[in-house]
Design a protein around this ligand. Structure first.
Ligand code: FAD
Length: 441
């Protein structure tokens, strides 16, 4: 008899896994708390019936092969577009490119000897093939030693501080290795928004007999001890939502480990304590629609200068044409934050009041009347904080509760989490589950 599977979470991981299992003929139900599929990569419509735009800036790298293959498999390949937009750093009030060898050689904020050290260090990380040999060391110490404290301060510290706050100097060296080693300057986008991928995945799950329940947060997952309580003919794991209980042979949770542990009281304390990685930030984005460009050409601006309430300015329409959005110029102001930070609960008006005054420092001509529309979004558990202890705390996919599996972006390491790696995890887990008992996961 085929196993009945519940999947908690309808983001990239949950939906890809559901699609693979459903296509192989397995009964599968996805429970998604939010109103739409897509999780952290979900979008909203820019204008009535307009294209989708991600709530948080998203692009693909040339090495994101698994998600590109999935996009093609679902018939969306003709919407993929690839370009090399400009990536810059804001240092001393000026924007400098740092997205290639020539920009690094001419990177004015550093003296020439520091530029050469920076280039040497980046070149080493680009070609070094053994990330496991870099374990146990912090990126900060390594970069300061080999590239110099000035290069660290200008080119790396803003990124680390922006993503990891006070943990910036504890970031694991393999994490930055992966960013330099695997990422490309050439970036991809799904024209019309990544939401189309998640809508297609949800439709494909349904077309193969599966179910996707949106707006349905799971409250509890429990083992059913008494066979007489097993409903609808099978399953030893009971999933509880506001609508009631259903039983399954397998439950795969794609939620952050801490959220899963709170739902699954049968997981033993020694397991949850060992794999409870408490360090994670939320993400906040204010998105502006402007009647003209904010930055000339620059897509991605890392803010190295102090005093800004955002860590990055992403001008999406310097990556994709503004014409696709009815001529609107779309700019994200983004920040990773502790989940209890006031900005994570701020209204859009509060975020506008805090952030807009800083835009004149980026473009002195900017005035708030350029803003024709705006949106704000916050998400918890958006960025695991990857310190040198991280690797040992990555939870295994199999848990001590038979049939309960963990597959989530906290298991992505040393790569920075991304849609591609959630697809990779889903593909791997689907293959193992479909191989039957004994294959291991
Ligand atoms: C600011 C930002 C920028 C990013 N930029 C990029 C980028 O440029 N390129 C890229 O590829 N990736 C990027 N990412 C990362 C990418 O969004 C994630 O890696 C990917 O979407 C993770 O998918 P997932 O399915 O593993 O997890 P999630 O998307 O987190 O999915 C988990 C799902 O579980 C649901 N859920 C939570 N609790 C419950 C519950 N109790 N019951 C049911 N459902 C529940 C959530 O609503 C969510 O939909 C970015 C992320 C952020 C925050």
């Amino acid at each position: 008899m085929t196993a009945r599977t519940a999947i908690l979470g309808g983001g990239a991981l949950g939906l890809t896994l559901a699609y693979r299992l459903a296509r192989a003929g397995e009964p599968v139900v996805v429970y998604e708390a939010g109103p739409d599929p897509g999780g952290l990569a979900a979008g909203f419509r820019v204008g009535p019936d307009g294209p989708w735009l991600e709530k948080f800036y998203h692009h693909l790298f040339g090495t994101d092969h698994a998600i590109v293959a999935l996009i093609r498999e679902l018939g969306l390949g003709d919407k993929l577009s690839w370009t090399t937009p400009s990536t810059s750093h804001l240092v001393g009030g000026k924007s400098y490119r740092l997205d290639g060898v020539v920009p690094a050689i001419t990177f004015a904020p550093l003296p020439v000897p520091d530029r050469l050290r920076l280039l040497g260090g980046l070149g080493f990380l680009k070609v070094w093939p053994f990330p496991e040999r870099l374990e146990g060391r912090t990126a900060t110490a390594w970069i300061k030693r080999w590239m110099g404290a000035r290069a660290y301060g200008v080119a790396f510290e803003p990124l680390f501080a922006g993503k990891f706050g006070p943990y910036a100097d504890q970031v694991a060296l393999p994490w930055i290795w992966s960013r330099i080693h695997s990422r490309t300057a050439r970036l991809g986008y799904l024209r019309g928004g990544f939401q189309q991928l998640y809508e297609s995945l949800a439709a494909a799950v349904k077309a193969h007999g599966g179910t996707v329940r949106l707006g349905t947060p799971v409250r509890e997952v429990r083992q059913v001890d008494d066979a007489s309580t097993v409903q609808d003919g099978g399953g030893r794991l009971r999933v509880t939502t506001a609508a009631g209980n259903e039983t399954y042979d397998r439950v795969v949770s794609t939620l952050a480990p801490r959220l899963t542990y709170a739902l699954a009281p049968d997981l033993p304390a020694d397991f949850t304590q060992r794999y409870d990685w408490s360090l994670a930030y939320g993400a906040f984005c204010l998105i502006l629609a402007l009647d003209r460009p904010l930055m000339s050409e620059v897509y991605w601006l890392s803010v190295a200068d102090p005093g800004y309430p955002f860590g990055v300015v992403v001008e999406h329409t310097n990556f994709q044409p503004a014409a696709e959005y009815g001529g609107r110029h779309l700019v994200y102001l983004g920040k990773y934050l502790p989940m209890d930070h006031p900005l994570m609960r701020a209204t859009k008006a509060e975020a506008l009041a805090e952030m807009l005054p800083h835009l004149a420092r980026i473009n002195p001509d900017f005035t708030p009347d350029w803003v024709t529309d705006s949106w704000s979004f916050a998400a918890p558990y958006a960025q695991p904080i990857v310190t040198t202890d991280y690797r040992a705390r990555i939870p295994p996919r199999e848990t001590p509760v038979p049939g309960l599996y963990l597959a989530n972006m906290f298991q992505v390491y040393p790569q920075d989490r991304g849609q591609n790696y959630s697809v990779v995890l889903a593909n791997q887990l689907a293959a193992r589950l479909l191989a039957g008992p004994g294959a291991g996961v």
